[in-house]
Design a protein around this ligand. Structure first.
Ligand SMILES: [Zn+2]
Length: 259
């Protein structure tokens, strides 16, 4: 956990300034969701109240010492229309939902779901949105849409494909599903985002991050010691180089070993 917390602190300030990237990856909130000793997914999140939410997160009591085989972390950089939500933990990620009693769905998202209000309107009444105590955040429609698609498709791969088709814009989504003792990690990428890099080894262990440099800085030794190989490498693309032919579409499911 401590390595993840360190990574989040580096990641939230990471920015390709020399290539014209206008904003750092995070700075407006940070969170982690991890599997505890009893097999429950536990969430800790903070909004922006100081200069480094990732640092604030790392100072929360009792969990920095945790060891876990499954950890999903996120640093937030809010869209301009959501700047009034940054101090609220409810508006930051990950999100963990289970409104339809079909599976526990934990998601992290980067990008902008352009049609999020429309998706929200079309979802069934059973969903409960944490961010709505302040203002609906586009990232939060993703896990709810995924669980609704799980009900419709009754198949995780089909649900992921349908979710990918339904969300408009440039988006990276990582969704962990857990039901009946079985976990899967779904990864999808559309068009242009902050990036997506994923390593896997022959024990089916996975490490992923939007940025390669911070990940290498903190987990470089582990990647080497664990014989990890790069499986996905999607870079951030400078705005002026964004052409149709450079758009990246990717999606896949990975099995997750809980124990
Ligand atoms: Zn829901």
């Amino acid at each position: 956990m401590q390595k993840v917390l360190k990574l989040l602190q580096i990641l939230e300030r990471h920015q390709y300034k020399d290539q014209g990237e206008k904003r750092p990856v995070g700075g407006h909130g940070a969170g982690v969701c991890f599997c505890d000793d009893s097999g429950n997914m536990v969430m800790h999140k903070v909004g922006k109240t100081n200069s480094s939410p990732a640092k604030d997160l790392s100072l929360l009591k009792d969990f920095a010492q945790q060891k876990s085989r499954i950890i999903l972390g996120h640093v937030r950089h809010a869209s301009s229309n959501l700047m009034n939500t940054v101090e609220y933990a409810e508006a930051t990620q990950p999100y963990k939902v289970n409104c339809l009693d079909i599976a526990e769905v934990v998601s992290v998202h980067n990008g902008k779901v352009q049609n999020y209000e429309e998706i929200r309107k079309d979802l069934s009444k059973e969903h409960c949105f944490q961010s709505e105590i302040v203002k609906l955040v586009d990232s939060e429609v993703v896990p709810h849409l995924f669980e609704e698609n799980l009900v419709i498709c009754n198949d995780e791969d089909e649900a992921r494909k349908r979710t990918s088709e339904m969300i408009k814009g440039s988006n990276t989504v990582v969704v962990l599903t857990r039901s009946e003792g079985r976990s899967q990690l779904h990864v999808l990428h559309k068009r242009f985002t902050r990036g997506m890099h994923l390593w896997k080894n022959n024990k089916d262990e996975i490490i992923l991050c939007s940025r390669e440099e911070p990940l290498q800085q903190v987990f470089g030794d582990l990647l080497e010691a664990g014989d990890f190989e790069k499986e996905i490498s999607i870079e951030w693309i400078p705005y002026e180089l964004r052409t149709r032919s450079r758009e990246k579409l990717y999606q896949r499911a990975y099995k997750v070993i809980d124990s």
